[in-house]
Design a protein around this ligand. Structure first.
Ligand code: SF4
Length: 80
């Protein structure tokens, strides 16, 4: 599964951090989401899914893949 955080959409609610604190953090200056890991272990998959679903601002874009052996996260700071 690939997850891209479209950070311009982030409203700094912190919900993703509550769901998956080993993976997500918030930038100190403005609370925008940051990644602590780009390749978390699959043990984090459920929590990442919860974070994606709980985000109130549709920041995360998910690409499901047939092969569920990898979890990859990235950020995109471009205007969408
Ligand atoms: S839950 Fe969404 S809006 Fe809130 S901090 Fe995380 S990415 Fe940003």
């Amino acid at each position: 599964m690939k997850v891209t955080a479209l950070r311009n959409r982030c409203i700094a609610s912190g919900t993703c951090v509550l769901a998956a604190k080993a993976v997500f953090s918030q930038r100190e200056s403005d609370g925008v989401v940051e990644l602590l890991q780009e390749h978390p272990s699959l043990e984090q998959l459920q929590k990442v899914r919860q974070a994606v679903a709980a985000c109130p601002s549709q920041v995360f874009v998910v690409e499901e893949e047939d092969n569920l052996s990898e979890l990859t996260l990235s950020t995109n700071d471009e205007e969408m």
